[in-house]
Design a protein around this ligand. Sequence first.
Ligand SMILES: Cc1cc2nc3c(=O)[nH]c(=O)nc-3n(C[C@H](O)[C@H](O)[C@H](O)COP(=O)(O)O)c2cc1C
Length: 180
Amino acid sequence: MKTIKLIIGSTRKGRVGKPIADWLVSTAKEAGVDLQVLDLQEINLPFFDAMVPPAYMPTETEEGKAWAAQIAEAEAFVFVTPEYNRSINASLKNALDYLVAEWNDKPAAIVSYGYVDGGKSASSHLKDILGWLKVQTLERDMAVQLTQETFDEQGQFKNIDESLSSIKDDFVAAVKTLSE
Ligand SMILES: Cc1cc2nc3c(=O)[nH]c(=O)nc-3n(C[C@H](O)[C@H](O)[C@H](O)COP(=O)(O)O)c2cc1C
């Protein structure tokens, strides 16, 4: 089985991305596929500021080298992206910008979420970025539509199984494809 790493893009406090990622990991596990989590909040990468772009020189900071090792070890990815101002969030873009070779020639699935249209604009931007980095994204569009009704007064999912039910079959099929 391939080493698949799930990247949680959102790093803000109280993020919705974390419960969505937890649900995705347990749904994949039920289907017999293990996902390793790379949580950008925990990893806490500094803002990329190298003098030479990573296409010409690998990142030289300790944090950058640790991130490069994590991505080099992966054989496939699941990206869990929020939509901020119709695109991916800055922390995820920063994490992508750090590396080039480590991303190349690996497949990925994208799960987006948002209030407008399930984060489809973020997902489309992410596909463009990944295409440039030679990451092959699966065709399936997995967009989770959020509404005010989705959450209770504490901001927790009222019923996460119901909220993510529309992507479940596609997600299971996607992780099985990635694992082959
Ligand atoms: C800075 C910012 C910009 C946002 N822009 C969008 C947007 O363009 N489209 C959308 O559907 N939701 C937008 N939202 C709402 C997010 O979808 C919602 O806050 C979601 O919970 C963000 O994911 P997170 O909680 O994992 O960070 C935005 C939220 C923030 C904080």
